[in-house]
Design a protein around this ligand. Structure first.
Ligand SMILES: Nc1ncnc2c1ncn2[C@@H]1O[C@H](COP(=O)(O)OP(=O)(O)O)[C@@H](O)[C@H]1O
Ligand SMILES: [Mg+2]
Length: 314
């Protein structure tokens, strides 16, 4: 028997179709599931991907169902496990439990713990910064050389698209974003040696596992400078502050701890630059849905902050 909460009916996601048709144990026999399975949709992007949380007896895992082939991500999880990150006390990643290429689905272990974002929201900003610092310190010694180059060059290519999208949604935002992109071009940092980067190190992708951080959602991984990940992390904390001014103190403590615990590993100008580039991305994300006054104001605030950061980067 399976208890399956309504799964989206999405023909673009073959794993969901297979689970609807034959249950999880039938769809992915490799999991050797017995007994009832409880499935919950955690996140769903129609036509693109869905994340399900599954519990079966004492097993607890995540299913990442995609529309496109995710061989690269599966191979990354295997490489990370080979380099010991499944059991690492410094930084951990979820184990890959199954990969059904035809169904375009990855099954990964569930990591338990509050997110860095939750830590910040609950008065533990310092801890959030320390956890991310551990990743910044651990990454250079990893032998994993997989993934596309990610860095300022890639960001500038993306920035052009983000500016165009902002401009299409709201010409005034487009004007501000165009000026920001011009500044990003003018202050492009020289980058340090590339290493494995997570690629979307949002504060909600970093978990506190007690012993150390756990990082999940590796879909955007690649090879880039330390400031790429650290800049994303700080930009998402700044966005959090924008939504809830009461967390400002904890955001500052997180940033302080990250800098203190990575002494010498982060170039502050490059960090400011990458933070600014991510803020442009976050502003663009606000225009995915119909723009209203509140979203417009938030996008302006993100772009203003980004512009100030490019002064620090220049
Ligand atoms: N391995 C995991 N361990 C713990 N929580 C997870 C795990 N994978 C996903 N989640 C939860 O599901 C949510 C969506 O997963 P995520 O991989 O970030 O999907 P998306 O690609 O849509 O961003 C996460 O924010 C987190 O709450
Ligand atoms: Mg995610």
């Amino acid at each position: 028997m399976q208890t399956t909460t309504e799964l989206p009916d999405d023909p673009a996601l073959p794993a969901l179709e297979a689970i609807r048709a034959s249950g999880l144990s039938g769809a992915i026999p490799a999991l050797a599931l017995e007994g009832p399975v409880e499935l919950h949709v955690r996140r769903y992007h129609p036509g693109s991907r869905a994340t399900l949380e599954a519990r079966a007896g004492d097993r607890h895992f995540a299913l990442k169902a995609y529309a496109e082939d995710q061989a690269a991500e599966a191979v990354l999880y295997e490489a990370l496990a080979d380099s010991g990150l499944e059991r690492d006390a410094e930084v951990r990643v979820p184990p890959l439990l199954a990969w059904e290429r035809d169904l375009r689905v990855l099954v990964i272990g569930w990591l338990e713990g509050p997110t860095a974002q939750e830590l910040v929201e609950n008065g533990q900003g310092k801890r959030a910064g320390e956890l991310t610092a551990r990743w910044v310190r651990r990454a250079p010694s990893l032998k994993v050389k997989l993934g596309p180059p990610l860095g300022a060059v890639r960001r500038l290519e993306q920035a052009r698209k983000w500016v165009a999208a902002l401009d299409a949604a709201d010409p005034a935002l487009g004007t501000v974003a165009t000026e920001l992109a011009r500044r990003l071009v003018g202050t492009q940092p020289k980058e340090g040696a590339p290493r494995l980067v997570h690629g979307s190190l949002y504060a909600h992708h970093v978990l506190d596992l007690g012993e150390g951080p756990g990082l999940f959602d590796w879909q955007k991984f690649g090879q880039g400078p330390a400031e790429f990940d650290a800049g994303i992390f700080l930009a998402t904390l700044w966005r959090l502050k924008l939504l809830r001014e009461s967390v400002a103190g904890e955001v500052a403590r997180a940033e302080e701890a990250l800098l203190a615990e990575t002494d010498g590993l982060l170039d502050l100008r490059a960090l400011a630059w990458h933070q600014a580039a991510t803020l442009l991305r976050l502003a663009r994300k606000l225009t995915r849905r119909q723009i209203d006054d509140e979203r417009r104001a938030r996008a302006h605030a993100l772009l203003e902050r980004a512009a100030r950061l490019t002064e620090a980067a220049g």
